[in-house]
Design a protein around this ligand. Structure first.
Ligand SMILES: NC(=O)c1ccc[n+]([C@@H]2O[C@H](COP(=O)([O-])OP(=O)(O)OC[C@H]3O[C@@H](n4cnc5c(N)ncnc54)[C@H](OP(=O)(O)O)[C@@H]3O)[C@@H](O)[C@H]2O)c1
Length: 315
């Protein structure tokens, strides 16, 4: 099968088209013919070698950990899926990722695709959507009426976080540059805060802060939390001394693949409470992937960058 791989850590030029063996599903796995995949910052962080001690992979590495497609084969012990099912997934973080025509995935990490979504839309959801869900719902225990601050509201994770927080009945403030103001309002945020010109301290106090940025943004976030509030970061472990002094819960989370939670997100898409924000759709080629990484590395994507592995003639 065709895959885009890296054979060494480094820049975007490392992304190369390659023929690799089509995977065979194990007993608990489904073989998915991938129609679309999407880009996350972890892709280029792995490409550069920034995560090599945490993820000791062997070359050639197939990057990419989001997919939407059709089940082509099922392992002997698979119970939830059949050949022909349209599915989406955030597979385990292995060196056999989703910049490929096929992937074999543990059925526990797979969910039925929302009926009203295209492959392009569905591929945008798993990694970023699950990160937003696990941060706000699992870690922070977000409740109706909570005041929540979401940093990077127009980003991959932030765009899902705004919609999930609104669906839970929270009052949402989200940050971005002036280029993101309109997008953030359209996603349903109640308030927009410009991180270049506005001061966080003027925005009031929050029950929950989602930190997608780290550094100074995280430091300042401690100052706007109510006592008993929650700071959840997806980037950098918060200072526990500071958390104790401020009487808040603070932690770093690493998202985990979870088919059941993904199914919940799928239902939210079906009933109109969640809509993936798509930045760009690019073709499945060396050039397409290089452009996609460049856009993600800019740090200013508006929603998700999607790669069409099978051209969708209906778009
Ligand atoms: N721990 C985990 O499990 C986990 C999971 C997913 C992601 N992550 C990490 O979380 C980070 C965010 O991921 P993502 O997919 O959401 O990234 P992304 O889509 O690349 O985020 C881009 C967005 O960030 C905004 N932004 C840039 N600088 C900002 C600032 N100083 N303040 C507020 N917003 C700012 C940009 O808005 P403007 O264009 O308006 O500037 C842009 O819309 C990445 O570092 C990623 O690796 C971790």
């Amino acid at each position: 099968m065709k895959a885009i791989v890296i054979n060494a850590y480094g820049g975007r030029d490392q992304l190369k088209e390659y023929e690799v063996p089509k995977p065979l599903p194990k007993d608990n796995e489904v073989l998915i013919k991938i129609h679309a995949t999407s880009i996350n910052p972890i892709d280029w962080k792995v490409r550069e070698g920034y995560l090599k001690s945490r993820l000791p992979f062997h070359f050639p590495i197939i990057l990419g950990w989001d997919a939407a497609g059709v089940v082509e084969r099922v392992g002997a012990k698979v119970t939830r899926f059949e050949v022909g099912d349209r599915v989406f997934t955030r597979p385990a973080t292995t060196e056999r990722g989703t910049y490929a025509e096929y992937i074999a995935v543990d059925e526990a990490h797979v969910a039925p695709m929302p009926k009203n979504a295209t492959f392009t839309e569905a591929a945008a959801v798993p990694l970023a959507g699950l990160t937003a869900w696990q941060s706000l719902v699992e870690f922070a225990g977000l409740k109706k009426g909570d005041r929540v601050l979401i940093h990077g509201g127009a980003g991959g994770v932030g765009s899902f976080a705004i919609q999930i927080a609104k669906a839970k009945g929270a009052e949402v403030t989200a940050t971005g540059s002036s280029q993101s103001a309109e997008i953030i309002k359209n996603l349903g945020a109640d308030h927009f805060l410009n991180y270049v010109t506005d001061s966080l301290s003027d925005a009031g106090e929050f029950d929950v802060v989602l930190d997608t940025i780290g550094g100074k943004t995280q430091e300042e976030s401690f100052e706007v939390l109510k006592p008993g509030g929650v700071l959840v970061s997806i980037l950098q472990a918060p200072d526990q001394e500071k958390a104790k002094a401020k009487n808040v819960k603070a932690g770093l989370i690493w998202m985990e693949p979870n088919g059941k939670q993904l199914e919940e997100l799928g239902k939210m898409i079906e009933d109109g409470r969640l809509k993936p924000l798509i930045d760009t759709v690019l073709p499945f080629s060396e050039e397409g992937l290089k452009k996609a990484h460049e856009r993600s590395e800019s740090g200013h994507a508006k929603g998700k960058i999607v790669i069409e592995v099978v051209k969708d003639e209906t778009r």
